[in-house]
Design a protein around this ligand. Structure first.
Ligand SMILES: [Zn+2]
Length: 321
């Protein structure tokens, strides 16, 4: 009986994961800091622990606030076929054509990134250190999500093609196995992004175009690979769980020809570039003497509820799919 219970708990753990995994989001925010110019680096480096830790707040919030979910994805294939020209890129035009309810239903990530960018620019203008940090950490999350192919596709967890679990396989299992050991995240410098909207849509369209390969390649691999070697009890964060085996993960990564690493690198470049652009558009405020975490009441409440729920464990067995 005891063994059975242990097995059941292992199986439950295999279901648990979040977008890009907590690991991926934290890595992306962390490495983005090192692409910044010296005037920004001095501030971001000092607060890198915050930027790293709060990279995952938006995922925690998904389970507390209904409006949060749609900010992480867009099921763009609900709007016809690539390049989805019938979907207006401007929010106002899109609402007029499809209604706010429909847009929320299918996800709003490319628009939400732009809203966050405006807020971040304002925080820089106000020289509000706490807001700069919170918004930087969170916009990093949404930008990274927009780079994940399955965040731009209705079949986001392979639920329509008998591939349930592929979401976390692509964005958590592969990076957790390979990022530290083999991937390179020193990418160069952040760039100024002239048109935030255009840039966001371009990344989402790349994601949408790649979604098909993500699914098809795994489907074929699954058919060719010995079934008994597909899963294994292996360690994750110090716990033994049943998950896609190392051999299967490496085979999938190879067939994807570096796609996950590429998307992670592009995420890092984009996150740093958006931070940098917000700072430039705010008139390059001097960040050297910005001090303190003087959060406003709403931000404090938000941070507090996220960490409380997290500690209570009520968010732990939820899946990103
Ligand atoms: Zn997310």
């Amino acid at each position: 009986m005891k063994q059975l219970l242990i097995l059941i708990s292992f199986l439950l753990i295999t279901q648990t994961s979040f977008c890009w995994g907590f690991y991926g989001h934290r890595q992306i925010n962390y490495y983005s800091v090192f692409l910044l110019p010296p005037e920004m680096l001095v501030f971001y480096k000092k607060h890198i622990a915050f930027i790293n830790e709060h990279a995952v707040d938006p995922d925690k919030r998904r389970y507390l606030i209904a409006a949060e979910g749609p900010r992480h994805y867009i099921d763009i294939d609900r709007y016809g076929s690539y390049p989805y020209d019938s979907l207006p890129r401007q929010w106002k035009d899109a609402v007029e054509k499809y209604s706010n309810d429909t847009l929320q239903l299918h996800g709003i990530v490319p628009w939400w990134i732009q809203t966050m960018q405006q807020r971040l620019t304002k925080a820089f203008r106000d020289k509000d250190a706490a807001r700069i940090l919170k918004l930087s950490a969170e916009i990093g999350h949404y930008i990274a999500d927009a780079h994940v192919p399955l965040h731009a596709c209705n079949n986001h967890n392979g639920q329509l093609t008998g591939q349930k679990g592929i979401h976390a396989f692509w964005e958590s299992r592969i990076p957790e196995l390979l990022a530290d050991k083999e991937w390179d995240f020193f990418i160069g410098k952040a760039s100024y992004v002239k048109n935030i909207g255009q840039f966001s849509w371009a990344r989402v369209l790349e994601s949408a175009a790649a979604a098909d390969s993500v699914l098809k390649i795994e489907k074929k691999l699954s058919a060719d690979f010995p079934t008994d070697l597909k899963y294994a009890f292996e360690e994750r964060n110090g716990v033994l769980i049943r998950q896609y085996s190392t051999a299967y993960t490496l085979a999938y990564n190879q067939l994807l020809t570096g796609m996950v690493e590429r998307r992670m690198r592009q995420s890092i470049y984009a996150v740093a570039s958006f931070w940098y652009t917000a700072w430039v558009n705010a008139g390059q405020p001097d960040l050297k003497n910005l001090e303190g975490y003087n959060f406003g009441v709403d931000d404090l409440k938000d941070l507090d509820s996220l960490s409380k729920e997290w500690k209570n464990g009520s968010l732990k067995n939820l899946d990103c799919d």
